[in-house]
Design a protein. Structure first.
Length: 132
């Protein structure tokens, strides 16, 4: 079963592109912003010296991110009428899987099942401009 949340928008792009700055401004405007799961997973896994970090087990790390991203998607669906802005989304995990040379089927399946607004805001890295 596919979920399609047209009020879910993704901010994505390279590091240093300004996503965090925009998210801070949106939060000040009381817009619900959903953090990228990677930072939390890295923190949690390193805190307990676990394997779920890219340098130890990229497959586990990417699957942990998929699990967390799916939960974040579903938990925010409770407030269907509100605008939600995601710091990266489930489709970004396809790129992680490809970067780590992993099997991508589960990531494509999840991206198909959990749909966002088709307008994605892409940030170029290190001083680039915002594209829609």
């Amino acid at each position: 079963m596919s979920m399609n949340q047209r009020n879910y928008f993704i901010l994505t792009g390279a590091m240093g592109g300004g996503k965090s700055t925009i998210l801070k401004l949106l939060k000040k405007m009381d817009i619900n912003c959903v953090s990228e799961p990677a930072r939390v997973i890295l923190y949690e896994q390193r805190l307990i010296s676990a394997a779920g970090v890219p340098e130890n087990d990229p497959n586990l790390f990417t699957q942990l991110m998929l699990s967390r991203a799916t939960i974040l998607y579903k938990n925010n669906a409770v407030e269907r009428s509100l605008l939600h802005v995601f710091d990266r989304g489930i489709p970004d995990l396809i790129a992680y899987a490809e970067l780590f040379n992993l099997e991508t089927n589960i990531y494509y399946n999840a991206a198909e099942a959990y749909r966002y607004n088709p307008n994605v805001f892409f940030f170029k890295g290190w001083g680039g401009n915002l594209y829609n």
